[in-house]
Ligand binder design. Structure first.
Ligand code: GRF
Length: 206
């Protein structure tokens, strides 16, 4: 286990794991003072598992299909995380909705990165949603996770322009650069703990 228990985090993934990589890199480069105790994937074929192992981070597969209910799956994930004594759970392309069992286990300690300027375009394929809508500005959001889909208090956001000749893929690539930039920064802010949540608003204490 890492040294400072208050700076131990877990990352939950389902696929590519580029945001996980951004966290790994930020830690390696000294921009983020944290230890990733474990990476958990609900899919055995997630590319992010190799990224974790490549960085010497424990990587665990907990396949949701092996459980009779969402609550039992969440209980298994929560048990793994409690055993590791993590103080923050970072969702990074984790494609399962989390219910009360998990949310109650980690109150105000679950964070997610989403590829839109929330509250616009929650849910899947957010970059394509923004492109199809004809938005002129798109972006990335890091937010606390609550029972409302992509609806928790916003920690950080960053915007990018939508170009006339964009495709959804080109727009997604531009947004991803911002995700990788703001996610480690938001995790740092959360671990530093110098903030409070006032209703929907996440504000610095100073
Ligand atoms: C990212 O666009 C993230 O915002 C969304 O899912 C994608 C995951 O990408 N929630 P990766 O697995 O981090 O590369």
């Amino acid at each position: 286990m890492g040294s400072d228990p208050s700076r131990r985090i877990a990352v939950l993934i389902s696929g590519r794991g580029s945001n996980l990589q951004a966290l790994i890199d930020a830690i390696a480069e000294g921009r983020l003072d944290a230890t990733i105790s474990v990476v958990i994937s609900n899919r055995a074929d997630a590319q992010g598992l190799d990224r974790a192992r490549g960085a010497g981070v424990d990587a665990v597969v907990i396949d949701h299909r092996a459980f009779a209910s969402r609550a039992l799956f969440e209980e298994a994930v929560a048990r793994e995380l409690r055993g590791r004594r993590v103080s923050l759970v970072c969702l990074a392309g984790f494609m399962r909705l989390l219910g009360a069992t998990f949310l109650d286990a980690f109150p105000n300690a679950i964070v997610n990165v989403h590829p839109s300027l929330l509250p616009a375009f929650p849910g899947v394929d957010a970059q394509r949603q923004a492109w199809e809508h004809g938005a002129k500005v798109a972006g990335a959001t890091v937010h606390l996770v609550t029972g409302e889909l992509d609806g928790g208090p916003i920690v950080l956001q960053s915007c990018v322009p939508v170009m006339d000749d964009d495709t959804p893929d080109r727009l997604a690539a531009r947004i991803l650069v911002e995700e990788h930039r703001i996610y480690p920064e938001a995790v740092r802010i959360l671990l530093d703990g110098d903030h409070e949540v006032q209703g929907r608003r996440f504000v610095k204490r100073t």
